[in-house]
Design a protein around this ligand. Structure first.
Ligand code: LLP
Length: 438
C-alpha cells in the first residue's frame, strides 16, 4: 500500500520547510495543516514564511548590491499581498509594481518608496502621478507616449529606465513570452534612440539605464544571457535591469529548473562579458521567490467514480487559473491519508468543463470530506483569483515556527456585494471628476 501521493512531505514541490509531526501529520512552517484547517476552513492558502525568507536570501547572496540600494526587486504581481511584501522588505529586497494598485499594496507592506520600481506598458496619468508623488526609485518607461506623459507630470528629479524589446524568443507558454519581436512590451530600436535623446536632454528625468524582460516560467538560462547581449550594443549605461522569469517546478516529475545561483552566474557572466564593468545589475524575480512557498488546501465535496474518477473540491478556477490559462500541471495529495493510490481528475466547483485543476492525479483513494493539498500555488494564483460563480476568495495564512497568522481574511458575500450601488450619473459627478466616483 502506498502512503498517499507519490511525493511525501519534504518532496521537491511542498514548501521546503514541510514535515511530519510526531503523529505523522503534514506540517507547514511547523503548523499541522489539519489543525489549521479546523480553525480557518477551506479553501485556504498556506504560506511557509521561512521559505519566502530563504528564497529572498538566496537572491540577495547571488546578486550582491554594491551599496544600500537593492539589486533584487520582487515582482509583486506574483503575490501582491502586503504581508508577503513586508517579509521581502525585511530581507532587503526592493519591489516591482505594475500599477497604482500594486504600488499601494507595496507601500502598505512597508516597502520604502525609493526601493520601488514601476512598470507597465499602459501607465495612465493617475498611475504615473501616484508613482511620482510616492517618490518611487525608478520608473521603467515603455513607450514614447509615456515620455510625453512624464514630461507633463514630473515636478522633481526622477530616475528612469527605458524598457527595450530585446527580440529574444523565450521557450515558455506563448502568453508568458514578452521579449520577442512583435511583443507589445518595450521600445523598438528606433524609438529607443529617440527616448534616449529625450531623457538625456530632459531637465528632470535622469536616464539610469535599460531594462529587458524576456518572459516568465523559463527553465533554460540561455534566453536570459541572450537579452544581456541584446542590451550590449545600445550604449553605455549605469544600470541594467534584466527582468525576472526564472521558472519553478510544479510536479516531482518535472526536471529541477536551474537554481538562483546558476541563474545569477549565467547572467552576471554575460554582463561581465557584454556590459560596462561598473554597471549595476538588477533583477525582478517573481515566481521563483514565491511559487513553492505556498499550498492551497481544499475539501473534497464529491467523488464520482465512472469511466474517470472526478474529485470535486470547494475551489477551482476562482483561486487557481494557472491550469486553465497556461496548462500548468500540479501534483496534489490527500492530506494525511494512507490508502491505495487511484488515478483521478481534480475538478473545481465552477460551472464549466474547463475548470479542471489536475488531470490524472494519483491520489490516496479520495473520500468526501478529505482535505486535498495542492502544492506550488504561491505564484500568480492569488493575483489572478476571481469571483466567478460568486466564489469568495480564500484566506492567506503565513506559517512559521509552529505559529500561523491570517494575513488576508476569507472573502465574504458581503464583500461580493460591497461595490453594488445605484448612483445617478449627473453633471455634478462630471464636475468632480471620475476618480472621486471610483
Ligand atoms: N518583470 C516584468 C517586467 C514582468 O512582466 C514579470 C512577469 C516579472 C518581472 C516577473 O516574472 P517571473 O519571475 O515571475 O517569471 N500571469 C502569468 C505570469 C505572467 C508573468 C508576467 N510578468 C501566470 O499566472 O503564471
Amino acid at each position: 500500500m502506498s502512503r498517499e501521493a507519490p511525493h511525501g512531505a519534504g518532496s521537491s514541490v511542498l514548501p521546503p520547510g514541510s514535515g511530519r509531526d510526531d503523529r505523522g501529520r503534514l506540517t507547514i512552517g511547523g503548523c499541522a495543516v489539519g489543525e489549521l484547517l479546523r480553525a480557518v476552513g477551506t479553501p485556504a492558502v498556506l504560506v511557509e514564511e521561512d521559505a519566502l525568507r530563504d528564497a529572498a536570501r538566496a537572491y540577495v547572496r547571488a546578486f550582491p548590491s554594491p551599496d544600500a540600494r537593492p539589486s533584487v526587486y520582487f515582482a509583486s504581481k506574483a503575490f501582491p499581498c502586503p504581508a508577503v511584501i513586508r517579509v521581502f522588505a525585511q530581507e532587503g529586497l526592493g519591489c516591482d509594481v505594475a500599477s497604482a494598485g500594486e504600488l499601494a499594496i507595496a507601500l502598505a507592506g512597508g516597502m520604502a518608496p525609493e526601493r520601488i520600481l514601476m512598470h507597465g506598458n499602459a501607465k495612465t496619468d493617475e498611475e504615473l502621478s501616484a508613482a511620482l508623488v510616492a517618490g518611487v526609485g525608478l520608473i521603467v518607461v515603455d513607450s514614447l507616449d509615456e515620455l510625453d506623459r512624464l514630461d507633463r507630470l514630473v515636478r522633481e528629479r526622477q530616475a528612469v529606465l527605458l524598457r527595450v524589446n530585446p527580440a529574444v524568443a523565450a521557450p515558455t507558454h506563448a502568453a508568458m513570452a514578452t521579449g520577442h519581436e512583435g511583443s507589445k512590451f518595450g521600445l523598438s530600436p528606433a524609438h529607443l534612440q529617440i527616448a534616449i535623446d529625450r531623457t538625456q536632454r530632459h531637465p528632470l528625468l535622469r536616464l539610469e539605464g535599460l531594462h529587458a524582460h524576456v518572459g516568465s516560467q523559463i527553465t533554460e538560462l540561455e534566453p536570459f544571457a541572450g537579452a544581456v547581449e541584446a542590451l550590449a550594443g545600445l550604449g553605455r549605461f549605469a544600470t541594467y535591469d534584466l527582468g525576472g522569469g526564472l521558472g519553478a517546478r510544479y510536479t516531482p516529475e518535472q526536471p529541477e529548473p536551474p537554481g538562483v545561483q546558476a541563474y545569477a552566474q549565467r547572467l552576471l557572466d554575460a554582463a561581465r562579458r557584454h556590459l560596462p564593468p561598473e554597471a549595476r545589475i538588477l533583477v525582478e524575480p517573481g515566481r521563483s521567490l514565491v511559487a513553492r512557498s505556498a499550498v492551497t488546501v481544499y475539501t473534497v465535496v464529491s467523488v464520482k467514480r465512472a469511466a474517470r474518477t472526478f474529485v470535486s473540491v470547494d475551489g477551482g478556477m476562482g483561486d487557481n487559473l494557472e491550469p486553465m490559462l497556461y496548462q500548468t500541471p500540479f501534483a496534489p495529495l490527500v492530506l494525511d491519508a494512507e490508502r491505495p493510490l487511484e488515478r483521478c481528475d481534480v475538478v473545481g466547483r465552477h460551472c464549466e468543463t474547463g475548470d479542471r485543476l489536475v488531470e490524472g492525479a494519483m491520489l490516496a483513494s479520495p473520500r468526501v470530506g478529505d482535505a486535498l493539498v495542492v502544492p506550488v500555488t504561491g505564484a500568480y494564483c492569488y493575483s489572478t483569483s476571481n469571483n466567478y460563480n460568486g466564489a469568495c476568495r480564500p484566506p492567506v495564512l503565513l506559517c512559521s515556527g509552529g505559529r500561523a497568522r491570517i494575513v488576508v481574511r476569507r472573502e465574504t458575500t458581503a464583500d461580493l456585494l460591497a461595490r453594488s450601488c445605484d448612483v445617478p450619473v449627473g453633471p455634478e459627478m462630471l464636475a468632480q471628476g471620475v476618480a472621486t466616483w471610483q
